[in-house]
Structures are given as C-alpha cells and as structure tokens.
Design a protein around this ligand. Structure first.
Ligand SMILES: Cc1cc2nc3c(=O)[nH]c(=O)nc-3n(C[C@H](O)[C@H](O)[C@H](O)COP(=O)(O)O)c2cc1C
Length: 194
C-alpha cells in the first residue's frame, strides 16, 4: 500500500486519453495511493467533437470530471499528464494548462516531484513522441523529475522511453488494447516504488 498523493491530468476529445487516465486512476487506487483525476478546460471541445463521431461516446463522463487547476495539484508527490497529439505537439488545451504554472516557476514550487507523461496519436508517424517530450520538457522546466518507461516494462512490446503512447487510428476510435492496459499497471507499480 502507498501513502503517495497522485494527480492525473488529461485532455481528451474522443475519449482515448480519458480511458488511459481512468486506467491510471484505478490502478493507483488499487495500490492504495491518494489519487485524483482532473480534466483540463477545452474551449474547442464542441467544434472538435463535430469532426469525430466517436467523441460522443465518453463526452458526458469526461465533462463530469473536475477541471484541473494549479492549486489542486501543487501538493502531489506524483503528477501524471496526458494529451492527444495535435500537429506533433500537445493540444492547445494542454498547453494552456501548462502555461498556467508560470507563477510556480520563480520559487520552483514543483521541484523534485515525479512526473510521467502519456499520449495518443493517430499512428506511429504522427509525432506522439514529440507530444510526450513537450510534456517532459514542461516538467523539467518546473523542476520535476520525468520518469521514463523502462525498456523491459513489457516483454516483446516496444514503447517510447518518454511515456505511454497509444495509436488511435484516423478516426480516433481504436481503444486501448491489453498491452497498453498492462503497461499502465506496471508503470504505476514502478512510479510508486521509486
Ligand atoms: C487539431 C488536431 C491535430 C491533430 N494532429 C495529429 C498529429 O499531428 N499526429 C497524429 O498522429 N494525430 C493527430 N491528430 C489526431 C489526434 O491525435 C487524435 O484525435 C487523438 O489522439 C485522440 O485522443 P482523444 O481520444 O483523447 O481525444 C490530430 C487531431 C486534431 C483534432
């Protein structure tokens, strides 16, 4: 069992990053952590969801999740952050949330916290690893310690060192497979022991 305080923050329109965040949440909870899950505010949700029919599937569940702000996550031991890959980067909604940490920077209020990133992209060529790195670089600027995915996390399955990455296809409708779920479970165990 763990007494670690964990905050999971995600942006999701089509539900995939929400599902990854939810798997992280449940696994941290199973391991006894004091875990909270938050979504970031997204002014483009309605217009983006018109482009992707799948967006309706988890819309209500996503909207029922508490909106993140800096104060809510400041006392976390571990911050897990997930964004869809938009143009080889984080989404605008996640970037706005990251920018809202600016007042924390002068005093390095997040220094030494553990940080882990996850993302989804349409396919392996879509720049998901750059999206993961944008989040890791944000974490480093805040003084957090980015935790990599160990090369032997899941035998026979290759994952980027930069975080968990799931490919959702052109319609964003390919949901998490068992390997991604296993990787999340194993990563939670690693995050709680270091
Ligand atoms: C504005 C926009 C830009 C996107 N850019 C990329 C991209 O550069 N590479 C890629 O693989 N997928 C891209 N996609 C697809 C998204 O990565 C995909 O919709 C997302 O991972 C689904 O996550 P979600 O289900 O949590 O919303 C883009 C989608 C949108 C709406």
């Amino acid at each position: 069992m763990s007494n670690k305080k964990v905050s999971i923050i995600f942006h999701s329109v089509c539900g995939n990053n929400y599902l990854i965040a939810k798997n992280f949440y449940e696994q941290f909870k199973n391991n006894g952590a004091d875990v909270s899950i938050y979504r970031v505010e997204d002014s483009n949700f309605e217009s983006l969801s018109e482009q992707f029919p799948i967006a309706g599937q988890y819309k209500d569940e996503i909207m029922n999740i508490e909106v993140a702000n800096v104060e809510k996550v400041l006392d976390s031991d571990i911050i897990v952050m997930g964004s869809p890959t938009y143009y080889g980067n984080v989404s605008g909604a996640m970037k706005s949330f990251m920018d809202s940490f600016s007042p924390c920077w002068p005093e390095a209020k997040l220094w030494g916290k553990k940080f882990f990133a996850f993302s989804t992209s349409a396919n392996p060529e879509g720049g998901g690893d750059m999206c993961l790195n944008t989040m890791n670089i944000f974490a480093q600027h805040m003084g957090m310690v980015s935790i990599p995915v160990p090369s032997n996390l899941l035998q026979g399955v290759s994952l980027p060192a930069y975080g968990i990455l799931h490919y959702v296809g052109d319609f964003s409708n390919i949901r998490l497979n068992e390997n991604i779920k296993k990787a999340i479970n194993l990563m939670v165990e690693r995050l709680l022991i270091i």
